[in-house]
Design a protein around this ligand. Structure first.
Ligand SMILES: [Zn+2]
Length: 205
């Protein structure tokens, strides 16, 4: 069975901190009357909805989508249910979890049930990020538009991106049960940028 964990992209969707300039805009650029066909232009930030971050997002001179391998974006993944957490994901909250080396971990939190942007979204704190790096995961995903907030600088991004770990933000996990899956997370092939929208699905084994 295939579970789509991708947000729908549309002009009224939830965007980071409700910033108007982060809203995607759709403009009809060709019409049957004038052009004989129908076409749409879309303008949006690359961190819209479900997307992955590359190192350049927070690390100066960091790697971009240029020549990025699809290898880490397809393969074993594990969804962990952390919906009981109230403010953030700390090391103590994940130490007991069966996180395997090379896993792509996805954290399902109460964020999945937010219908509008929640300024107090659950995030991954820097100690948890360091622990995930130590475990040797290949990716970390969360069900908020950001993987961190309320930390001076952006240490969670820096730790994960600095270690070549993929960050997946905006995963739609409300209907997903805890357990192992096969992840297919395919980004648009836009060259040399710091983030890319993805179509992400989980396949039940
Ligand atoms: Zn991002």
């Amino acid at each position: 069975m295939i579970h789509d964990i991708t947000w729908k992209i549309h002009p009224e969707m939830t965007v980071y901190k409700n910033r108007v300039k982060k809203r995607p805009s759709f403009t009809q650029s060709a019409s049957f009357e004038e052009n004989g066909v129908y076409e749409t232009d879309i303008s949006m930030n690359l961190h819209t909805g479900t997307h992955i971050d590359f190192p350049l997002h927070t690390l100066k001179d960091g790697e971009t989508s240029k020549d990025h391998s699809l290898e880490p974006l397809i393969g074993p993944s594990h969804v962990f249910d952390l919906t009981h957490l109230k403010t953030k994901i700390s090391k103590e909250d994940i130490e007991h979890l069966a996180i395997e080396k090379n896993d792509f971990v996805l954290f399902k939190t109460k964020n999945s049930y937010d219908e509008t942007f929640n300024y107090d979204f659950i995030y991954v704190d820097k100690e948890a990020a360091a622990y995930l790096k130590e475990r040797g995961v290949r990716g970390v995903g969360i069900d908020a538009l950001g993987i961190e907030r309320a930390q001076e600088g952006h240490p969670t991004h820096d730790i994960l991106l600095g270690a070549g770990i993929i960050i997946l933000e905006g995963a739609a996990l409300a209907d997903i049960e805890e357990g192992p899956y096969e992840l297919w997370c395919l980004p648009l092939r836009i060259e040399d940028v710091e983030a890319l929208p993805v179509r992400a699905v989980l396949k039940t084994y």
